[in-house]
Design a protein around this ligand. Structure first.
Ligand SMILES: [Zn+2]
Length: 204
């Protein structure tokens, strides 16, 4: 269950200059309070979506909400509202989401770059996450035994799983074939370009 809803906070109270109270005609006695309403999820404000207001007369105590604001007061009210911004923290949820997305994009770019660099210079111990041939929902591993010149010696994992991240489940020595085979670096590049190699891990 996700808790979400709306909430509001008082942003500003200011005198409404230049207009008399429509109820008691007292001059310079009106005060405008501007609120900010925002959507929240788990009580973290996501974004503000409206600025309701209340005008109150300090003299006769009469008050008008947004909808009930007399036409004579509306220009002055609109003016002050325009100058009133929702506080930054009413945006904190959206800001957080934007940060997470940006961070994810940076991490993905970094990972893709590392994969390219690792594939261009294979090293014993490198592990490639591969699509099983013929069935793109199955994933398995290839392990580099050695790399000499343009030739890379590999062993294939003998298992495959439905998970894009098979490393933790499949990467134990007894799960690899005992029979190595070789590929050229060029062939490995082609596999990567065809998205048959989707990740490269290099143990530190
Ligand atoms: Zn009044």
């Amino acid at each position: 269950m996700i808790f979400y809803g709306t909430n509001g906070a008082l942003v500003r109270t200011a005198p409404l200059p230049g207009v008399a109270c429509p109820a008691c005609a007292a001059p310079e006695s009106l005060q405008l309070s501007v609120f900010s309403r925002y959507a929240h999820i788990y009580w973290i404000p996501l974004f503000p979506y409206s600025k309701p207001s209340v005008v109150q007369c300090a003299h006769c105590q009469q008050a008008w909400d947004t909808k009930g604001t007399p036409a004579a007061l509306q220009p002055a009210v609109a003016d002050l509202k325009k100058q009133t911004r929702a506080p930054w923290w009413h945006w904190s949820g959206l800001g957080l989401i934007a940060l997470l997305i940006a961070w994810g994009a940076v991490a993905a770019t970094r990972d893709a770059r590392a994969n390219k660099a690792y594939l261009a210079a294979p090293r014993a111990g490198d592990i490639y996450t591969v699509h099983s041939p013929g069935d793109s929902t199955k994933y398995s591993l290839l392990k580099v035994l050695s790399a000499k010149g343009n030739t890379v010696e590999l062993v294939a994992n003998e298992y495959e799983i439905d998970n894009r991240h098979p490393l933790s489940e499949l990467n134990s020595p007894e799960k690899y074939s005992k029979e190595p085979f070789s590929m050229t670096q060029f062939e490995l590049q082609i596999m990567q370009n065809k998205d048959q190699i989707i990740d490269v891990d290099r143990p530190e």
